[in-house]
Design a protein around this ligand. Structure first.
Ligand code: EPU
Length: 446
């Protein structure tokens, strides 16, 4: 349910222009916070954004006896796991449904306490989001898992043992599960078909600073030699390449010009190539990247999402809004999540022409081709967008609706905007800084 405070009126048609800053990655920071549980001694994490996922993990860690306090510099957290303890199940349960991070507490809690209780998980509704890989991995390390009311209870009767694991798909979460568990397990763990996203590399950097021994091969194999003890870390989180790409897409769709301070070329190379093919312009310096619409018409493209180093699925939804403004037929094949294109129906209501297909369109066949999921799209453009009423469906879909509303003629009402706070720090202020004409019906103009 959304209330009046959760609705944003967007008066479209103004190009977004100016500068915003992105801080640490939403898909790294909460995991680095969990890693602090493994150390003997405090850890310092810098460049931490103020987003809901960080607050949820902070709450969960505090429930388990970790003290979390601000450090000396803005955006710094000091996490001290000296007095880790079991949390009250009812308290943990209160976090049920709020995030997908709790599953990653399993390994660290099993090492520290010998048991763990994990509530039902939340996260965006963009497909089934199963956690079977996670539990299979934990079983291979020697954990037992029992379903209890409101969640899963795990036990490690003995010290967890390193093992050989091959993931059925290079899952980001399952790879992190293995890393956070293997570093203190007895012996060597060999993980093949691992995910190798930049956020995973950064988590590996965190763990190495703590004393872990982790080697990455070029063929998606990660080898972890377990150690007996880890210390704390001092780390500056890599910046949020997904948020940066969202603002880049906003610049393109609104014919604007945005300097994204903190955006990094290295983690965005695939996005930048695609942005250039669509006709977007960018300029990279040491502090960030400027993105803009250079005038003229945009080009239709064929796009396939994939695990890193492919085109990241989280970049897809915001860019699709820009593709509604490109001349010709664009093809989008979503191969990571089976239902990440449902958000396009609201774009069609605004005047876009986007047709969804169950077949794998474009390049290669994916896991979803035979399974009846609407996971390919043909976007035909350019189409004028008109303001409309819409409800935020998920984090990236929600930001995409903001972009569409900003690019549209007239006024839109975007309901459920609070969900965007899960992963976009201070987005209302950023919109204001970029000259967006938006207001809360309750009176707060931004
Ligand atoms: N999968 C399974 N079983 C599992 C785990 C995953 O079948 O046990 C499948 C999923 O259903 C999906 C695929 O594997 O089809 C990939 O899922 P993955 O595990 O890689 O995703 P995740 O770890 O749950 C993280 C990010 C997502 C991002 C994906 C892919 C976090 C908190 N979330 O999710 O971010 O899309 O990796 O890169 O790190 C977002 O930021 O909006 C977001 C959804």
């Amino acid at each position: 349910m959304t209330g009046p405070d959760d609705v944003l009126l967007v008066h479209g048609g103004t190009p977004l222009e100016g500068e915003i800053r992105v801080r640490g990655a939403k898909n790294l920071v909460p995991k680095a916070m969990v890693a602090a549980l493994l150390g003997h001694g405090p850890s310092r994490l810098r460049n931490v954004p103020d987003i809901r996922d960080v607050r949820v993990v902070r709450g969960l860690l505090q429930l388990h006896g970790v003290t979390v306090r601000p450090g000396d510099e803005p955006g710094e957290l000091v996490l001290d796991p000296t007095y880790v303890e079991s949390a009250n199940v009812a308290d943990i349960d209160a976090h049920a449904g709020s995030s997908r991070i709790p599953i990653l507490l399993c390994g660290p809690l099993l090492h520290r306490l010998g048991h763990a209780f994990i509530p039902g998980l939340g996260g965006c509704d963009i497909g089934g989001r199963p956690i079977d890989f996670h539990f299979e991995v934990l079983r291979q390390f020697g954990a037992t898992i029992e379903k209890r009311e409101g969640g899963q209870y795990l036990e490690a009767p003995q010290r967890l043992r390193g093992c050989k694991i091959r993931l059925p798909y290079p899952s980001v979460g399952a790879t992190e599960q293995v890393l956070l568990t293997a570093v203190l397990a007895e012996g060597v763990t060999e993980l093949s078909n691992a995910a190798v996203e930049p956020e995973i590399e950064d988590l590996i950097c965190v763990l190495q600073k703590m004393g872990a021994i982790i080697a990455m091969d070029t063929d998606r194999t990660i080898r972890i030699t377990g150690v007996d003890k880890l210390g704390g870390y001092n780390h500056r989180a890599l910046s949020d390449r997904l948020e940066a790409a969202s603002w880049a897409s906003a610049a393109l769709a609104t014919k604007g010009n945005i300097y994204v301070r903190g955006a990094q070329q290295r983690s965005m190379m695939t996005f930048l190539n695609t942005y250039r093919k669509v006709g977007g312009a960018f300029e990279i310096d040491d502090e960030g990247i400027r993105f803009w619409h250079p005038g003229g018409s945009l080009n239709a493209i064929a796009l396939e999402t994939d695990v890193h180093p492919g085109f990241q699925t989280d970049w897809q939804q915001p860019l699709v809004v820009a593709l509604t403004q490109a001349a010709g037929l664009s093809i989008v094949h979503e191969t990571v999540y089976e239902s990440r294109l449902g958000f396009t129906s609201a774009l069609n209501q605004m005047g876009a022409h986007i047709q969804l297909y169950r077949e794998c369109l474009g390049g290669s066949a994916c896991r979803f081709g035979q399974r009846n999921f609407l996971h390919s799209a043909v976007v035909s453009g350019p189409t004028k967008l008109q303001g409309s009423d819409m409800v935020v469906p998920d984090l990236r879909g929600g930001f995409s609706y903001l972009i569409a509303a900003l690019a549209a003629e007239g006024t839109s009402r975007v309901h459920g905007i609070d969900l965007i706070n899960r992963g976009y720090e201070n987005f209302m202020q950023k919109l204001k800084d970029l000259g967006a004409n938006v207001e809360m019906p309750g009176g707060t103009a931004a």
